[in-house]
Design a protein around this ligand. Sequence first.
Ligand code: M6R
Length: 598
Amino acid sequence: MCGIVGFTGARAAAPVLLGGLERLEYRGYDSAGIAVLHGGAIRVEKVSGRIAKLREKTGDGALTPGSAGIGHTRWATHGAPTDLNAHPHLSNDGRFAVVHNGIIENYLELRRELIKDGYVFQSETDTETIVHLLEKYYDGDIKTAVMKTAARLEGSYALGIVCTDTPDALYVVREASPLILGVGVGENYFASDVTALVSHTKNVIYLEDGEFAKLTPDSIMVCDCAGRELKKPISRVTWSVEAAEKGGYEHFMLKEIMEQPAAVKAALAPRIHEGRVQLDGFELSADELRGVGKIIITACGSAYYAGCSGRYAIERLCRVPVQVELASELRYSDPMVDEHTLVLVISQSGETADTIAALKECKARGAKVIGIVNVVGSTIAKLADHVLYTFAGPEIAVATTKGYTTQLTVLYLFALYLAEKLGRIDADSYAALVKELQHLPRKIQQTIDMNWQLPKLASRYSSRSLFFIGRNTDYAVALEGALKMKEISYLHAESYAAGELKHGTIALIEENQPVIAVCCNEALMDKTLSNIVEVKARGAKVKIVSQADDVIFIPRAETVFSAALAVVPLQLLAYYAAKEKGCDIDKPKNLAKSVTVE
Ligand code: M6R
């Protein structure tokens, strides 16, 4: 969703801002803009559409001189993606410009008040209220104006602000929306996402909710919402610049699919020592273990589907009931959660609004929350009682791939850890499964290598609607396979529990209907094969993803872990189908990488 960047230093700001915005493109956006301080004024340039257009308009930044400024990519919420609604927004007196990530929930009330006060609005956005509030509260002290403004806002925000009275300073403040300061030498930065910073500096400061900061080229001052100055630690980002680049691949998605063996290895390696699973200093006390009467997994989208697979692994190995809940539903369901519930919250970005809300709801009811998160320092990582990082590295393509398989990996590790702690697994099975888990990276690589026929298969689907079927763990994979296909190729794809087809959906099966059957669960193979026969009898053309019309093979693996292999050909199938259709694979229409609104 929206992205913000800011730069102050001795060199030209606009090229740095444009470069930063390009690094945030993957989050999804539909307009972009920059504001640069120069000669006692603020120059704003904004466009609807892509950053390439903004580059053209500003002569790659050369036409927008100045060495301090802010930039924004907007994913429209309040008002259409037009030039006027694009950020930055200017105050009526031209003194302030603001960029904003998040949503101001009480903006209508503020807007009415400001119009009454005589302020003139140029846009339909919630953000514009902020810049007029700044003007209203400004009496020469910017910090006070920002604090007073922030106190009036309800909702979520990460704000970047410049003011003509302080021509080399940037001001930021956050509430429920990520904001990271980049610490440079003779220059400083801010961004909503570290990927915009890593090419300049790996030294960062993570701002917390309610914190305010002033950045100049040589200083960073952070204070809390009461205005007290804080000493914030500087953290080191471990992601490399290359990790956030395509590295010769045509798309980030393909690169990230190919990175899965390494990513899964990175998630496993530090957690298996001498044949035992150890979880980053994580220990459940005897009391907590006794209290694990029920586990709830909550997440959105693919992370939810990872949870669906994880459920089978945990239930099978630990014999503890697991409920998998969509975060957007759980938050409003008055959930049956208490101090005896262990909650696993899964999120690649760690910033998904619904998932954060579900986490807070569970915590408020006394549950212990474990976050399974990729992005270090993200909101979910901070709110959870304990975090298990997935170590996938930066995931840029909107469609998650290595984010999902590393989530599965951590869930498998967790299942083994808990099964042993609860004494629900015998030593031999435990040892065999740990070994099997260590083979996953190699088997994912084999899955990629042995399925060179997928581009050709995908080309047959590019104009069809598709069904994905499977049972049990295979059904969980089918759900993720259909989502991948929908989101990047825009093909209509539905997934069904294979046994459910005959209860209604089979009516849709007709001559040549492509059906993708995930068939990796050996114990249920015969059952799924019966369902395949049923659809074939009605004219369907069936592709099978299986260990065993077209068969896509994966290496033989323990059923409990097979989702991490079976999903790979489905990711590739979706990728090649989208490529065949000429879709914008890394930035599918209407989607954002990190869904920070409800
Ligand atoms: O960052 P999160 O894991 O919390 O994101 C959750 C979903 O928005 C995400 O998985 C989404 O479904 C992906 N686009 C799927 O590829």
